[in-house]
Design a protein around this ligand. Structure first.
Ligand code: NDP
Length: 466
């Protein structure tokens, strides 16, 4: 039988969910997994959808099960596994068959694979939303030749999340454009999660709030302007109870955050692009520091715990909500600004309003704010989001709350790396005359690098004392 519309390799968490989603949307699919027992288990557990799925035991059988021209999705770990799988698959395929890497590839690898593929069809697509998104509607960011995207866009649009009936699946540009946008998405995700965790820390340590009350606070915020998936799940995490001990779940979870590296890739790339994303960088650093558990415990023993507890009425929950609002706008503004810089640097025409739209449903950073962001980016694609009237007004209304929170936290030893770097970014961006004149003076002093004068001309040197 060669009637499957599409094939899929890798029936792990994401691949299995994606295959069921594809079948559920009426597309016959053939699947293959390195471990055959997994394929069999998957098919046996597919219920009503089993008839739409062709399980296969060899790559040859997989290829033979797919209608021509074929399209095959790879959902295996990023890196060598993708290269190995492409190498194993290509000789079995016709020249117009399409390979789609849907894992979390580094976009440089996707650029390289697209180049290596030459005229052989290849797409790299970023898929966000975790297992549930993959099963019921992820956000999909595509990269590669537009013609290849168009060949499978019916399937991708059908399986994607919908926002007001619009599919959250968009072609971003050639080569690694889709995986690049997914990386920035993950960078924003890191910063958003870190800011929420910092606000949680103020409620827990600064305001002595119990997890249940913190959960209620996040749930209430999820009904307001902060409405977003991450605020929603933070409320649920805070409200959950450990069945083993009866304690709040947050009390039994070790505070050492894991990471798979996509946030780090974003930060490294931002440095190459000279794109300022300090809140995202702070969030990646915070995860790195979180894993230094023993060192932090030694630090607490050496320096003593900070006071943490805020005097009564120092901060209100309303102030915290406003601070988080300002922080969130600033971290999205940084992420979108990085996309503008990458677009210029890599010769992509990354569609900023479409990116905001594709993130409105299905993905981890989905948030009520993204609707207004899409509108603001549509008005002026190259403008930093913090200068768009809607967001400039919100920052004017909320930056003092962010300032109060950062100041009080600093006075009481509560670390807020992402929120405070968001504030520093805001203050830097509204300082017409900063302090880099001192840096230029220093550079000229020790290296004769020259400087520009405010009254005109560049390449000047100072009469520095010895
Ligand atoms: P899993 O670990 O759950 O599954 C990995 C799958 O890849 C398994 O089917 C495994 O087969 C197969 N595999 C592993 N190594 C190889 C190899 N060398 N050659 C062939 N097949 C191999 O991973 P996920 O489903 O979580 O992730 C898959 C991709 O999706 C990754 O790139 C990940 O970063 C990305 N992703 C994951 C998300 C998530 O929330 N989990 C969200 C978005 C993207 P076997 O059964 O034989 O081990």
């Amino acid at each position: 039988m060669s009637n499957a519309r599409i094939g899929l390799i890798g029936l792990g968490t994401m691949g299995a969910a994606l295959a069921l989603n594809i079948a559920d949307n009426g597309f016959p699919i053939a699947v293959w997994n390195r471990t055959t027992a997994t394929t069999q288990e998957f098919h046996a557990g597919a219920g009503d959808l089993a008839g739409m799925i062709t399980p296969t035991e060899t790559l040859e059988e997989l290829v033979a099960s797919i209608a021509k021209p074929r399209a095959i999705i790879l959902m295996v770990p990023a890196g060598q596994a993708v290269d190995d799988q492409i190498a194993a698959l290509r000789p079995l395929l016709d020249d117009d068959d399409l390979i789609i890497d849907a894992g979390n590839a580094n976009f440089h690898d996707t650029n390289r694979r697209a180049d290596a593929a030459g005229d052989l069809p290849f797409l790299g697509i970023g898929v966000s939303g975790g297992e549930e998104g993959a099963r019921f509607g992820p956000s999909i960011m595509g990269g590669g030749k537009r013609a290849y995207w168009d060949r499978v866009s019916d399937v991708l649009n059908a399986i994607a999340a919908k926002h007001d009936d619009t599919a959250c699946a968009t072609w971003m540009g050639e080569g690694g454009a889709g995986h690049f946008v997914k990386a920035v998405h993950n960078g924003i995700e890191y910063a958003d999660m870190q800011m929420i965790a910092e606000v949680y820390g103020i409620m827990r340590d600064g305001m002595d709030m119990a997890p249940a009350a913190i959960g209620e606070t996040f749930a209430a915020w999820d009904d307001g302007p902060l409405k977003s998936y991450l605020v929603e799940i933070s409320g649920k995490v805070a409200a959950a109870t450990d069945p083993k001990t009866g304690k709040p779940m947050l009390e039994v979870i070790v505070d050492a955050a894991g990471q798979k590296g996509t946030g780090r890739w974003t930060v490294i790339e931002a440095q190459h692009l000279a794109a300022p994303i300090p809140a995202i960088e702070a969030a990646v650093v915070a995860r790195n520091l979180s894993s230094q558990l023993e060192t932090r415990q030694a630090g607490e023993a050496l320096f003593g715990a900070a006071p943490h507890h805020l005097p009564h009425d120092t901060l209100t929950l309303g102030t915290l909500e406003q601070a988080l609002m300002a922080g969130k706008i600033l971290c999205y503004a940084q992420g979108f600004d990085m996309i503008v810089k990458a677009s210029e640097s890599f010769g992509w025409a990354l569609p900023l309003p479409e990116i905001a739209k594709v993130w409105r449903a299905g993905c981890i950073i989905r948030s009520a704010m993204l609707d207004d962001m899409a509108t603001a980016l549509g008005e002026d694609t190259g403008r930093n989001l913090m200068f768009a009237p809607r967001f400039a007004t919100l920052l004017q209304e909320n930056h003092n709350a962010l300032r109060q929170v950062v100041a009080q936290a600093a006075l009481h030893g509560l670390p807020l790396p992402a929120l405070s770097s968001g504030l520093a970014y805001f203050d830097t961006m509204r300082t017409g005359r900063g302090t880099a004149n001192m840096i230029q003076g220093q550079r000229d002093f020790f290296g004769a690098h020259g400087f520009a004068r405010v009254d005109g001309g560049s390449g000047h040197h100072g009469p520095w004392g010895s």
